[in-house]
Design a protein around this ligand. Structure first.
Ligand code: BUP
Length: 456
């Protein structure tokens, strides 16, 4: 950093998918001798969040910790029982309460980097403190455009007027088939819709938008955003990804991988807060077995890890484990995904397309079989397909919409693992991703426009 040394406060939201990019940003900023204060939302929903927060501060003692206690429930809402959505609602309604906490920091803050769902509340605090607010987007540039435009799209009317067959036009993005837009967005009363719309209206007040992506991965979208084609009043986007992993010895190491041939193993994970029905889990198991490929499967049986009590054998049956014991392993513990994806034995990744997972696959050049389940994941899967990082069986629909049979799963796994052109393309994406963050790369250049590179 140049002098005077900037002091940046980082303000993440709930869930590992939101926390992880903030921990990476915090480590990146601290490594440039910025003063960094990481505000942690308490109580956390998952055990994974609290263990990662504890380990992060233990390995980064120079980063200041400040806890922010949020009332655990959102203002009364009956549209969802998802504990993460409910917490997003509570956090989104609490941003303005941060004022006194942030005013008291010493040295005074130079900037606040906050999660999208805090844009409304934090922009008011920043105005009061006369400091810039940078909004951190934890999804693709493409889904960000959809969120930014949401207040002006009238999706509920679109659905009512029989628009379920007609594409939705997003300025600067082209058309999106309604089938890939998260269903809650067609309900203007849904908590998810309210959170996005409330915060999207305040985006013009942000000084800049951090995206964990890179120019070569979403070129048209980033160009459209920065040319004012999406909305004319949005701040510039700063695509500075893929974010570098930070040093953290948290997670289960898998020595089994070291004994597997190069590029022979399919890694399967649907992220930290996605579960499938028991029937779907069994069909996925059948598909893995039938494909004849080795596999490493991180299995979750509950949305919140604290509630995840069933063992692998209960979920998959003794005979499955016995019959596949030489080809694959199934784990229920938190693993070091970045380390796994970078392992030479990994040849493919079956992913729900949570954005962190997509960026980690891009960075390591591992081909993806996209199996989006909810939220931004179908739009992200489109990006994966377009960037030629992976394939997507669109007709599998949203998670739980239909039971995808083992035979179909096996067919797609064989396609994923046997497609040499896809593998070569994914490797090219990996090279591009790593080039972007090197000195002089596109993400490095975008990064030089941030307050960590210049005094406020
Ligand atoms: Br599970 C698991 N180890 O065992 P996404 C996840 N991760 O390192 P999500 C592990 O958690 P949202 C595990 O590498 C990624 O950085 C993974 O984030 C890591 O999906 C992160 O991929 C998961 O964005 O969040 O959890 O569904 O719904 O917000 O996308």
């Amino acid at each position: 950093c140049n002098q005077p040394q900037p002091h940046v406060a980082l303000l993440p939201s709930a869930g590992m998918g939101h926390l992880t990019p903030f921990l990476r940003l915090a480590a990146m900023l601290a490594s440039r001798s910025c003063t960094v204060t990481l505000i942690t939302i308490q109580p956390t929903i998952s055990e994974a969040e609290s263990t990662h927060i504890t380990s992060f501060f233990a390995t980064h003692p120079h980063i200041n910790r400040l806890d922010f206690h949020v009332h655990p429930s959102a203002p009364s809402d009956t549209t969802t029982d998802d504990p993460f959505f409910i917490r997003f609602g509570a956090i989104s309604h609490s941003g303005h309460l941060l004022g006194p906490l942030l005013c008291s920091l010493s040295p005074p803050l130079s900037a606040i980097f906050s999660d999208f769902i805090l844009t409304s509340g934090v922009s008011q605090v920043c105005e009061h403190l006369c400091i810039p607010n940078y909004t951190v987007i934890t999804t693709s540039a493409r889904f960000y455009s959809l969120m930014a435009c949401l207040p002006y799209l009238s999706l509920e009317d679109h659905a009512k007027t029989g628009g379920s067959d007609n594409d939705v036009e997003i300025p600067g993005l082209g058309s999106l088939p309604p089938s890939i837009i998260p269903p809650p967005l067609f309900n203007s009363n849904h908590l998810f819709t309210n959170i996005i719309e409330t915060n999207a209206r305040f985006l013009p007040k942000a000084k800049g938008i951090f995206l964990n992506t890179f120019d070569g991965f979403e070129p048209e979208t980033i160009t459209a955003q920065n040319n004012g084609e999406v909305l004319t009043n949005l701040p510039p986007v700063l695509p500075i990804g893929p974010y570098e992993p930070y040093e953290l010895k948290q997670g289960h190491h898998i020595p089994w991988l070291d004994d597997q041939p190069a590029e022979s193993v399919v890694y399967v994970s649907f992220g930290s807060r996605t579960t499938m029905s028991k029937d779907q889990v069994r069909e996925l198991g059948k598909g893995l077995k039938r494909s004849g490929h080795r596999f490493l499967w991180v299995l979750k049986a509950s949305k919140v890890d604290k509630d995840d009590k069933e063992g692998v054998e209960e979920l998959l049956g003794h005979s499955f484990l016995e019959e596949t014991k030489n080809e694959g392993i199934v784990v229920k513990e938190w693993v070091q995904q970045e380390e796994i994806l970078a392992h030479p034995a990994i040849g493919g990744f079956i992913s729900h397309c949570g954005w962190n997972s997509v960026m980690e696959a891009a960075q390591t050049g591992v081909p993806v079989l996209a199996w989006p389940q909810h939220g931004d994941q179908k739009v992200n899967a489109e990006v994966v397909e377009k960037a030629e990082l992976g394939i997507w069986a669109r007709h599998w629909g949203w998670g739980g919409q239909k039971l995808v049979k083992g035979e179909e799963v096996a067919e797609k796994i064989v396609e994923l693992m046997g497609d040499h052109i896809l593998r070569a393309n994914a490797k090219k994406v990996g090279q591009e991703a790593r080039k972007a963050t090197k000195v002089g790369g596109s993400s490095d250049k975008a990064d030089s426009k941030t307050p960590s590179a210049s005094p406020p």
